[in-house]
Design a protein around this ligand. Structure first.
Ligand code: EPU
Length: 307
């Protein structure tokens, strides 16, 4: 939702828009610590709504004040160095999770996928094992149809809890949505929660596939260093990691941004990388792969903010 060309919203305009918000409001908040790659500049204002009513207040305030509103993802998102103009909203305080009827689980957008998996495991519910080791949230997972080789969120998603850009709360049935590879086509608005249909299973079954999968990720991915997940989508019938490695790019470095030596489709922050270095590295990798294989890799990350 960020439109870089607009004039910077003034503090009085932002204050007016957020007048009725109860949650946390932080001015000029650095965003790098809130993102998994740990790069990027500040938000003009970061808002952490305390509940759904508060989300509605933020959405309506932003719309009436014609202020750009960005929902902070954090794990597959890269914030540019000059940060994000307007209002940045984090749904981190929306953390309710409950089992409704017949193994139907409702989780708010700020619930982290590992916590949802723990919750499901504790109730002997299967269906989320594919998410083992994905650090993102339910909201981010729905928006980008998060997934791995084992499955995707669309496999279990029943409905999405949604606030429209007009501030109306709506339950959107998953059957009315289109799911692409790492992208869900949603109406304009904010995902505030999701219903997922899980199934009963023995704890041992759930645990063994989760363990196996976590081990695979630990062995193949640089999970110990700051990263934002896979950089590029896999092209049809091939894998971005293979193409990047075969182009001889593992370990390629610009400043502290490095093409991981463990998995070529990851860029890691070796300390003090900037978004500019990371994005220059992305372009370099894309150009080299295009030159060698004639394949133009598409970014999986969402890049936001001003250069
Ligand atoms: N490969 C290489 N060199 C590398 C890395 C991978 O040749 O440096 C080859 C592997 O040998 C393998 C193939 O590429 O034959 C696929 O690699 P991998 O199994 O690691 O999976 P991936 O396709 O690179 C996808 C998801 C990951 C998810 C893993 C495991 C995408 C873009 N990425 O990676 O998701 O964890 O499968 O299920 O679909 C993410 O989306 O952020 C993410 C981490």
């Amino acid at each position: 939702m960020v439109r870089g060309e607009r004039p910077r919203p003034t503090v009085p305009i932002l204050r007016r828009a957020l007048l009725h918000v109860q949650g946390d409001i932080r001015w000029q908040e650095p965003l790098a610590p809130l993102t998994s790659l740990q790069v990027g500049g500040p938000a003009d204002v970061l808002v952490i709504p305390s509940d759904v009513e508060d989300v509605v207040q933020v959405v309506c305030g932003a719309r009436l004040g014609k202020i750009p509103l960005t929902v902070l993802g954090g794990t597959n998102m890269v914030v540019r160095d000059k940060g994000i103009r307007g209002i940045v909203m984090s749904l981190a305080a929306l953390t309710n999770i409950q089992e409704e009827d017949n193994q139907l689980v409702y989780a708010q957008a700020g619930v982290r996928l590992p916590r949802l998996m723990q919750f499901a495991f504790g109730r002997k519910l299967s269906g989320m094992e594919w998410a083992a080791g994905i650090p993102g949230t339910v909201g981010g997972g729905v928006v980008m149809n998060a997934g791995t080789h084992l499955g995707e969120i669309k496999d279990v998603l029943q409905a999405v809890d949604f606030v429209t850009i007009h501030g109306k709360r709506k339950r959107v049935d998953a059957s009315t949505l289109s799911f692409l590879y790492r992208k869900t086509l949603l109406p304009r608005g904010i995902v505030i929660g999701a219903w997922m249909q899980l199934t009963s299973a023995a704890k041992e079954t759930i645990q063994s596939s989760t363990k196996h999968y976590l081990q695979y990720r630990k062995t193949t991915q640089p999970l110990a260093l700051p990263n934002a997940g896979s950089v590029f989508k896999n092209p049809t019938g091939d894998s971005a990691g293979r193409l990047i490695e075969a182009s001889g790019l593992k370990g390629l470095r610009i400043g502290d941004a490095e093409v991981s030596t463990k998995h070529a489709n990851f860029i890691v922050n070796r300390g003090t990388a900037t978004a500019e270095q990371v994005l220059r590295l992305v372009r370099k990798v894309r150009d080299r792969v295009a030159r060698k294989f004639g394949v133009r890799l598409k970014l999986e990350w969402k890049v936001v903010g001003e250069r």
